[in-house]
Design a protein around this ligand. Sequence first.
Ligand SMILES: C[S@@+](CC[C@H](N)C(=O)[O-])C[C@H]1O[C@@H](n2cnc3c(N)ncnc32)[C@H](O)[C@@H]1O
Length: 586
Amino acid sequence: MMNKLYFGDNLDWLAKFEPASVNMIYLDPPFNSQATYNILYRSPTGKNGGAQYQAFEDSWQWGPAADYAFALVRNSHSPAYGILTALNNFMQKSDLMAYLTMMTARLLEMKRVLKPTGSLFLHCDSSASHYLKIILDQIFHDGEFRNEIIWRRSTGKSLMTRRLPTNHDSILLYSGGSGEWNADEAFAPYDADKLPETIKTKYRYTDDEGRRYRLDNLINPNSNRPNLTYEFLGVTRVWRWTRERMHAAYDAGLIVQRAEGRVPSFKRYLDKQRGMPLDDVWTDIPPINSQAAERLGYPTQKPLPLLERIIRLSTKPGDIVLDPFCGCGTAIEAAQRLERKWIGIDVTVLAIDVVERRLRKMNLKNKLDYEVEGIPRDVDAAHRLFNEDPHDFQLWALTLVDGQPRDGGKKGADKGVDGLIYYQHDAKTIRPAIVSVKGGKNIHADHIRDLIGTVQSQEADIGVFVTLHEPTSAMVKAAREAGSVETFNRFRSRIQIRTIAELLNGQRPDLPPVHDIISAASAARRLSARRSQPTVTPEQIRAQPSFKYPISGGKIQNTQKDLELNDPLLVPQVEKPVRRNARRRA
Ligand SMILES: C[S@@+](CC[C@H](N)C(=O)[O-])C[C@H]1O[C@@H](n2cnc3c(N)ncnc32)[C@H](O)[C@@H]1O
């Protein structure tokens, strides 16, 4: 099977999959947090922070899509319909009910495509985990619920006034029949700083390199083994190992004799052991921090070690891993590294773009190592996308020029700047080129003149006009008359027109080296890490209007909802932990 990446709604794609065709499913759907997730990175130019893209929305409302999903569940004749109806009796087509209905329809499809012995890991949090569990209990058979894994995703960040901070996610694990399970992988590596006392006592010796070890008995418990009875380091006993193996271990420095004539022992190193048996509370995998190398800037990106652990536990090389809400493709990268086959689905153009860039970084090639479905690869498909969804068309067209959506990528935010391409102006400076995308037929020279005006008003050097239809000769003339600009040791046209057909043929805009969405995000992070953060006093924070009122919508509201309006600060200040010795000094 070829690895596959699908752009579009997973409900539509899953319906096309063969039954019992995948070994494992990991899904990390939106959690019903009522938040809008942005790609939040500052501009790598160090100036305005325009490039912030609405990756996906996690707020749900009852509407035709929920009605359709409800009907699908009813027609499935699954016991899940009974639960959904019961929930609806008291939730009454609420936003949460819309979320649960959409999830149930998809989970039923997932169960259909999962092999009878396969595993499903549903990553969620306390917003809806309790409801999702009773739904999954109906979709899977009795006894197929295996674990609720608690992943501690961060340390509690701030002091809450009415409750404790929420800092874990739940991963619900179901597997069918006897289930495919690799018990040998159910170990977490020892953390040298947090060793249990029992281990410390057992492994009480350390060698010159600081490696912990214990001394193990080399004497065979069976005294009647003539072929293993011989003299070693002046001591004759019945040994566990053959003479050859004993000498090899000695040469490797793994055998110690404390004094002449004493029975030698084997040095068993702690770091060679399997580790601590895993339980269902995982505290050893940190979240991706703001400067982490693996961070791509995609919101809700999960850490690779988490996915590697899940995949190792439940699959073997060659098995098929499906992530129907793949985001920036963490499960895909983990599956690829572990030599599993993979299928990813996401409804956001940007997610597919980031996954493809991630795959290219791993030296994987489209059509050779994987296939992408749903993303236009020719002009006809581009027309279809434009007719179906002009906004998605615009976002996709931007990916062809390594552009990043402007103004949050919001629908209707177009003020002549649809996106920015960040390029290296000289060794030290990154500059943005302004991109304007047009999918409609009705294009003319005024659009080029508008772009020239925008380039000037934004103090940029270069504008790129991307069009689905051929430009008129007046447009080409207007672009030519805009002249050229010197950047990265060469003169280049100030206004450049590229058709979608040209871009699909690899005729890219004439720009110096360009930063794609991943490298622009990391350049911006480096820049912000270099800049010293100004110290803000509590008085300044209190003076900011946004801190005086609860912010409506979005996750921030969730963190603030328990705070009284007359609290001096609605966003609680993070208190520096009081270090013990500091307190003593005080
Ligand atoms: C929480 S993120 C997944 C993050 C991912 N685990 C990672 O590490 O990058 C959820 C993803 O689900 C996608 N999504 C939401 N609804 C979808 C649907 N109906 N079909 C496919 N993908 C969907 C969103 O675009 C978003 O990228």
